[in-house]
Design a protein around this ligand. Structure first.
Ligand code: XMP
Length: 512
């Protein structure tokens, strides 16, 4: 991925550096060029980490108002990736990983089973605690043979929660022989009108189950399912964040055991002995799981993470919409320069770079990738969608959703992970030092609509540059530096906007 050759843009950035300047998205635009690439043909495949590919190079941020399982499912269904945040107890975060992983299960080889003696109330409690989104369970005996099936209606029509599964279940459910393939199973479920099909071997032992909605989605998903970002077993891909504090190795172990595709070692400053030690330990203990480490904003720091074994590096210190780090701590490199310098430092390593934070418009994505990123991570763009966990708020008749920095007062008071991210891990400390704010973003409906606009913006940018894929965008990208007048010219001007466009909200420029 990272070829060592110099790129066109190197001369541009060298000239900027000589002036002692650093640039961000609003300061630059890509140069257009002769193009044989029509936007529709631009290939958006990229990588988040060494072994985790992306069909669109867009990742949702591990923030408590952005990514839980609903967001992660939608991101992966659109070809991107969601990173589940750490502000959750490890068991809950792992349960969310499981929910994403089980979402597309055509055949569930190790289904979650219950025993004949389990009460309906106990099963419901387990369901709640583990975050299982389904209502059907095979009931098995101690020797693994199938005793019956509990369905959603069994739970619904059972008025006494102390009744045992054996008393409520269907005792002679429709089954299929072990090894039945997806198409055949789908046919049986259609014919018998069953939403759940256990597979049993000759001895009556349960070997797996099919779920109708999953089988239908996989078989009839058509064009939509070809977009999904799935692993080798056909499960949606998902990432999860971890910190550097105590107990985080145990969290990582739990997440790895649930098949998380990538762990994101998420700290406000990734270039510290503690973070580097944690990274090395993670790589030693979980060699099969990729680890993306961050955040950094200088080339030397990116290189140190690569040398410590990172499978991907996350760049961004202070560009985020909710960040105040640059203002209250006085540090940080503007994002486009940070991305370029990190990319240069990583040439020859073969590990992807993610540009994290500060993406305001679709057009910032081709700029980030042109500067050298392999993917972008965003919070603000997704926080206003249905899939984000934040609350809807009505202000003067307009709907917003709440969004906050992980270093904001509210997030740090609520979660140890947030305190640790900002190295303020002393519980009970009276005064925190916030590095983020709490606020509102306009409600934007389903995240799918936002993602389509963002991906299209990237395709359009590539069409103008003449890049047929991301590698070519890296190689061909060159920039114009914008003057203040040029930046003003780039936005709509001299008109009163009467209609909000799905890819241009005036709030991004002027605030709510
Ligand atoms: P956007 O611009 O997409 O940025 O909303 C999301 C990214 O911002 C980072 N982040 C923070 N940075 N203080 C910071 O300085 C904070 O409180 C904070 N919370 C999140 C993070 O990298 C995220 O992906």
């Amino acid at each position: 991925m990272r070829r060592a050759a110099a790129r066109r843009k190197d001369a541009f950035f060298a000239k900027i550096e000589v002036q002692g300047l650093a640039l961000t998205y609003a300061d630059v635009r890509l140069k257009t060029g002769y193009s044989e690439t029509s936007p529709a043909d631009a290939a958006l495949e990229s990588k988040f980490s060494r072994r985790v590919p992306l069909k669109i190079p867009i990742v949702s941020a591990p923030m408590d108002r952005v990514t839980e399982y609903k967001m992660a499912i939608e991101l992966a269904k659109h070809g991107g990736l969601g990173i589940i945040h750490t502000g959750l107890l490890p068991e809950k975060q792992a349960a969310f990983v499981t929910r994403v992983k089980l979402y597309l299960n055509a055949v569930i080889e190790k289904p979650i089973c219950v025993k004949e003696g389990d009460s309906i109330g106990d099963i419901e409690k387990m369901r709640e605690e583990q975050g299982w989104g389904f209502h059907s369970f095979p009931v098995v005996k101690d020797d693994g043979t199938l005793a019956g099936v509990l369905s959603g209606s069994d739970f619904e029509f059972c008025t006494d929660r102390s009744r045992k599964a054996a008393a409520v279940m269907t005792r002679t459910p429709v089954t299929a022989p072990a090894g039945t393939n997806l198409k055949a199973a789908f046919g049986i479920m259609l014919k018998r009108k069953k939403k759940f099909l256990p597979l049993v071997d000759k001895k009556g032992k349960l070997t797996g189950v099919y779920v109708f909605s999953d089988a239908k989605r996989v078989l009839l998903g058509g064009e939509e399912s070809s977009r999904y970002n799935v692993d080798k077993e056909g499960h949606l891909r998902v990432g999860a964040a971890i910190g550097v504090g105590e107990g985080e190795l145990a969290r990582a172990e739990l997440l790895a055991s649930r098949g998380v595709d990538v762990l994101v070692l998420d700290t406000a400053h990734g270039d510290t002995p503690r973070a580097l030690k944690m990274l090395k330990e993670l790589k030693k203990r979980f060699p099969k799981t990729d680890v993306v480490a961050g955040n950094v904003s200088e080339g030397e720091s990116a290189k140190r993470l690569a040398d410590a074994g990172a499978d991907g590096v996350k760049v961004g210190q202070g560009p985020g919409s909710i960040c105040t780090t640059r203002i209250v701590a006085g540090i940080g490199c503007p994002q486009v320069t940070a991305v370029h310098n990190s990319e240069k430092a990583l040439r020859g390593y073969g590990i992807p770079l993610c540009a994290d934070g500060g993406i305001r418009y679709a057009g910032d994505i081709p700029v980030a990738l042109g500067a050298g990123a392999d993917s972008v991570m965003a919070g603000m763009l997704f926080a206003g969608t249905d899939e984000a966990p934040g609350e809807k708020v009505l202000v003067n008749g307009i709907t917003y959703k709440d969004y906050r920095g992980m270093g904001s007062l509210g997030a740090m008071q609520q979660s140890r992970a947030s305190r640790e991210r900002y190295r303020q891990a002393r519980p009970g400390k009276a005064s925190y030092f916030p590095e983020g704010v709490e606020g509102l973003v306009p409600y934007r409906g389903a995240v799918g609509g936002v993602l389509l606009q963002l991906a299209e913006g990237l395709r359009r940018g590539m069409g103008y540059v003449g890049a047929k894929d991301i590698d070519e965008l890296h190689a061909k990208a060159d920039f114009h530096r914008l003057s203040e007048g040029a930046a003003e010219e780039s936005h709509p001007h001299d008109v009163t906007i009467t209609h909000e466009m799905p890819n241009y909200g005036t709030f991004q420029k002027e605030g709510i």
